[in-house]
Write a protein that binds this ligand. Structure first.
Ligand code: FE
Length: 209
């Protein structure tokens, strides 16, 4: 069987890729045969649409900014560290968090399909699943970041992490300067989804979030 089994199915039928169409067909058969309860599937999808989202990942980032010991645990073994905040579940079993530094910026992609850290970021944005992003993120990461309006110094190295069904990457961005007086909740408000994928940076101040 394919290694990539854990994907969202939210595209309109007309835009389904061949693989997505096959997954949809398989899902229909499983429902028809009684192996899968469509109500349970709907509940799972609704959970990711309404409850789980980038605010969860932002809590993880903010905690790492204020708590060096948590940061260490997060970078050494992300899944149990994230679970300390009550975040986790299906699709988040093998999380890896990679930290931006002044020397290195990290960018996450799934070149094969759309593997994504659902449990901390919710549903992926449409562009994350687009063939141009998936292809160019590897070939020309600096160009992709430019398309997102993110221009890094030439000296900053860009490391691209290819997510799979087995390993889901999340970026730990650097804490913005001038945020020393903010508390953990205020810091979390600075952290966007894109900052945790690597196509953006945290807002400099809460008013800009
Ligand atoms: Fe994938």
């Amino acid at each position: 069987m394919t290694q990539h089994h854990d994907h969202d199915h939210d595209e309109a039928s007309s835009t389904l890729s061949p693989i997505a169409a096959r997954v949809r067909a398989l899902e229909s058969i499983l429902i028809e045969k009684g192996y899968v309860d469509p109500a349970a599937l709907d509940a799972l999808i609704a959970r990711y649409e309404t409850q789980v989202g980038p605010h969860d990942g932002a809590r993880v980032v903010a905690r790492a900014w204020v708590d060096p010991a948590f940061r260490e645990r997060l970078l050494n073994a992300a899944t149990p560290a994230i679970a300390e905040l009550g975040i986790g579940g299906r699709g988040g079993e093998h999380m890896v968090v990679v930290a931006n530094t002044p020397e290195t910026h990290n960018l996450v992609v799934c070149t094969l399909c759309s593997c994504y850290p659902w449990t901390v970021l919710g549903l992926p944005p449409v562009w994350y699943k687009s063939p141009p992003y998936r292809a160019r993120a590897v070939i020309d990461p600096r160009g992709v970041l430019g398309d997102f309006g993110l221009v890094l110094p030439d000296a900053t190295r860009i490391t691209v992490w290819d997510s799979t069904a087995e390993l889901r990457y999340m970026v730990l961005p650097m804490r913005p300067p001038g945020t020393e007086t903010l508390d953990e909740m205020q810091l979390a408000a600075l952290v966007s989804r894109d900052a945790m994928i690597g196509t953006g940076l945290p807002a400099a101040r809460e008013s800009e979030a």
